[in-house]
Design a protein around this ligand. Structure first.
Ligand code: B3K
Ligand code: ZN
Length: 852
């Protein structure tokens, strides 16, 4: 068994570091197993902090020498760092440590990926490189010298002297250690350039392994667009002479915003039409933008402590969503974001891992890079913008940038700029940051015919979450419009600001009872409870001027029909089939929007709806109901599907833009319907003739769904076996599309494939993560899925705790299910927890999921 439970860290205990740093100089002598790191750090007492110990974080380091003002010292060393006596005046601390990048499989600190040196320091990885106050409120300018035999050696900031065997870098912008980066390897660059509004010339590079150069142009274009957009929309300019992006194969997440040297998972940067799908292109564009935008929201203004993580992440997600909406379609982006929010964040908020957007305690901060901090954090920014209006929003942002440039700031600082600009008291709004859980908003409506008055009454309630039994009322901006009986909009969108537990809003002067369109654009992250008829939903689907609510009406119609099928075996709902058919035939509508309208609620979303209604979800029944609806829809809309597939296939040369990808999305959705009728003939033809990955992968998915994919699957492997990222897709697809009773066996078989590599997070996620993406398969009554995942989490934990801990969330919904499944899952959770030497990361996650 393990040692005592790891300690929690609390927001309320924050105290500033007793020392300030004026300058950091680091020298790296690279060697795969014996890298030497020399540091020279100028400290002085922090006049604004209470005096305290001189403690530097450091983990897994071999200290060779330490000196203060040139005199050797013998610090006290523990597993967490070192303490030593220092003068009560400015002093220089020097140390030399040795580290072993080749043995670093956790991918945090300095590690090797395919022969290349690479770092990941956020949140607390710098302490695995050298002794340092590894906390975001300690900021300093860094000078770095790298010595080694690698052709390319990079760090943050601007390049300095370099020659055979060495390279120097200087970053003039004070930064916390989590933004430190170093890369060294045999790399080639795809170059670009940008001139800022102020006339600064910036050299841009996307660095990749030789052979991948052809997959960089799209990322470079996305970077240039992002730089321009941030100048135009937020007035933010770039502030160094170079901006480097590096692609690495082994990376725990998507990408990292290190100052001037962004490091990317190769999956989040490399793209060509043949190897990447339209969705991959769109994601790459968004991640490039996200990391670039961090240069201001995150780097120039960083976080005081890790509890404030949403300060940079929520805001930066919000900014990258705005960017994507501007580059592509605002309506489509909003719908995609809400689908993802409900799938990941609402799920988190409804389970044992629920936590506030600004958490109050943690054991391992890496476990809090969550959908709540990121996506709900972004929703809070969106609500704030709705509440104060666009003009005040941008004024407040200008004030934030001027007032806090160079600061390590807090949510209080953030809200204060809005209060100062608008005079508005944001105390109630702040609860969104402090209280977890998704509010439910019930709405009732009343129409007074004689007065022509329509009244909406809202009632809000947030269920308890772990550690927070009672909740207070939130301020909820509800965007409402009204439609007349003929479908015309009789009231344009207004914002009803709900602040009370129960509150009414009236609309006067109506000549007939209107149909309300409520929560337009999904103006707040709440669950709207509204009793309404199928007819009204179909009416909104046909007439609403708000594209989000138009889509939402269709989604709700589909969901209610599916729930009826699951509960009582009801036949697929005719109202839905007719309404979705009408929408598909409307050629005035954006093809991308029509493709989204064909999406159905996910298995997980249906399971959650059933659970919330007091039913016990049966994963197999949910899967069967969805299959039934898809079959019925294909039969009902066959002619439309054939026309759309033929018309929107796109034969023009490939472009990853919104127009073409929207068309392909619609054609591929149509192919999904056709496949249910022709057993895969059309899909096989598309697979054979595909000229891009979007067509090829969609066809392969259809063939797998039709159980006719074996030949295509092996052809695909033969064609792409040399391309890691494409082979990830090959692993993932066959598990996600496996029939429920075969999913676990398929995943188990693939873990024995010679290309399976547990040390590569992308491949691990493409295999074990994919299993969790097949809910009926993962939750199959045999319990095989649970056992397989637990087996692999136990194996991965000593290798890579961060990725292990993150993947534990596959179990977070376990309380929804029947007692047999709960028993099977809790046995696996207990087995994981009982593992000797289990990491702090995984211990925290499993204990929280398991509950008391
Ligand atoms: N800030 C990084 C995430 C770091 C995660 C550390 N476990 C990427 C991003 O959000 O842009
Ligand atoms: Zn981020």
């Amino acid at each position: 068994m393990k040692d005592a439970a790891p300690a929690s860290i609390h927001l309320k205990d924050y105290t500033p570091f007793p020392y300030l740093i004026d300058e950091v100089a680091l020298t790296f002598r690279l060697d795969p197993s014996h890298t030497r790191v020399q540091s020279r750090i100028r400290f002085r007492p922090n006049p604004e902090a209470a005096p305290g110990d001189f403690f530097l974080h450091g983990e897994g380091l071999t200290l060779l020498e330490a000196r203060i003002d040139g005199t050797p010292v013998q610090p006290d060393i523990t597993e967490a760092g070192l303490t030593c006596d220092v003068p009560d005046a400015p002093f220089t601390f020097e140390a030399e440590v040795e580290i072993d990048p080749a043995a670093n499989t956790a991918l945090e600190g300095l590690y090797m990926s395919n022969g290349m040196y690479c770092t990941q320091c956020e949140a607390e990885g710098f302490r695995k490189i050298t002794y340092y106050p590894d906390r975001p409120d300690v900021m300093a300018p860094f000078s770095v010298r790298i010595e080694g035999d690698m052709p390319v050696m990079l760090s943050n900031g601007n390049p300095g002297a370099h020659g055979a065997g060495f390279a120097e870098w200087h970053d003039p912008w004070p930064k916390p250690a989590y933004l430190f980066a170093l890369v060294a390897g045999d790399l080639v660059s795809h170059r670009g350039e940008f001139t800022t509004r102020a006339g600064r010339h910036v050299d841009l590079n996307v660095w990749v392994r030789p052979g991948d150069e052809g997959k960089c142009p799209f990322a470079m274009e996305a970077l240039i667009k992002s730089m321009k957009w941030d100048e135009e929309v937020y007035g933010r300019e770039y502030d160094l002479d170079v901006f480097n992006i590096v692609a690495v194969d082994d990376f725990n997440m998507g990408a990292m915003e290190n100052k001037g040297l962004n490091i990317f998972n190769s999956a989040a940067v490399l793209a060509s039409p043949e190897t990447a799908t339209d969705a991959n292109f769109e994601r790459i564009e968004a991640i490039i933008a996200h990391e670039y935008f961090h240069n201001w929201t995150g780097n120039r203004i960083t976080c005081r402590d890790w509890f404030q993580l949403c300060l940079k992440e929520g805001l930066t997600v919000f900014r990258d969503s705005q960017f994507t909406a501007d580059m592509r379609s605002g309506a489509v982006k909003r719908i995609q974001d809400v689908i993802a929010l409900r799938a990941r964040q609402f799920r988190e908020d409804a389970g044992p891992l629920a936590h506030p957007v600004r958490p109050e305690s943690f054991v391992e901060i890496n476990n809090f890079y969550t959908a709540t901090v990121y996506e709900k954090g972004a929703e809070l920014i969106g609500m704030l913008k709705t509440l104060v209006g666009d003009e005040a929003y941008y004024k407040a942002l200008d004030l934030y940038f001027t007032r806090h440039d160079g600061d390590a700031a807090t949510i209080e600082d953030w809200l204060e700029v809005f209060e100062d600009v608008t005079g508005r008291d944001l105390a109630q709004f702040k609860r969104w940051y402090q209280e977890a859980g998704t509010p439910r908003l019930r709405v009732e409506e009343a129409y007074d015919e004689t007065e022509g008055r329509f009244t909406l009454t809202f009632e809000q309630h947030t269920p308890p979450t772990p550690g927070q039994e009672t909740k207070t009322p939130r301020v909820i901006p509800v965007a409402v419009g009204l439609l007349g009986p003929n479908g015309d909009e009789v009231r344009k969108t207004v914002i009803c600001e709900v602040t009370e537990p129960r509150q009414s809003f009236t609309f006067e002067g109506l000549s007939a009872r209107p149909v309300p369109s409520i929560l337009r654009g999904f103006s707040a992250p709440v669950i709207l409870d509204r009793e309404t008829s199928n007819a009204e939903r179909a009416f909104l689907m046909a007439h609403d001027t708000d594209p989000f609510n138009r889509w939402e009406a269709g989604r709700a119609l589909a969901r209610d029909g599916l729930l009826a099928t699951i509960r009582s075996g009801a036949a697929p709902d005719r109202a839905y089939l007719d309404a979705v058919g009408a929408l598909l035939r409307d050629d005035g509508l954006d093809p991308a929007f029509r493709a989204l309208a064909l999406g159905l609620p996910s298995q997980d979303e249906l399971a959650q709806s059933l659970h919330e209604a007091g039913d016990t979800p049966d994963p197999q029944a949910i899967w069967t109901a969805l299959e039934g609806l898809r079959d019925a829809r294909a039969a009902h809309l066959e002619a439309d599907a054939r026309r759309l597939h033929a018309e929107f296939r796109v034969d023009a040369p490939y472009r990853p833009d919104a127009e073409q990808s929207g068309a392909r999305a619609l054609a591929n959705a149509a192919l999904g319907m056709i496949t249910r009728l022709d057993r895969g003939m059309a899909a096989q033809a598309q697979f054979d003739g595909a000229t891009n990955m979007t067509q090829q992968l969609a066809a392969l998915s259809c063939l797998l769904d039709a159980d006719a994919g074996d030949a295509a699957l092996s052809a695909f492997y033969d064609q792409w076996q040399a391309d890691r990222l494409v082979i990830d897709k090959w692993f993932m697809l066959q598990i996600v599309h496996a029939r429920p009773d075969r999913a676990a066996d398929t995943a188990a078989r693939l873990t024995g494939h010679p290309d399976f590599d547990m040390k590569n997070p992308n491949r691990f996620r493409a295999t074990l993560g994919a299993l969790a993406m097949n809910p009926a398969g993962f939750h199959h009554a045999s319990g095989k899925g649970y056992e397989l995942l637990a087996d692999w989490l136990v194996r991965l934990d000593p290798v890579n705790p961060q990725t292990t801990a993150r993947m534990c969330s596959a179990f977070e919904t376990w309380r929804r299910y029947d007692s047999d499944r709960q028993a099977l899952i809790s046995a696996q959770l207990d087995r994981i927890l009982a593992t000797d030497g289990l990491s702090r990361d995984t211990t925290e996650m499993v204990s929280r999921i398991r509950g008391s």
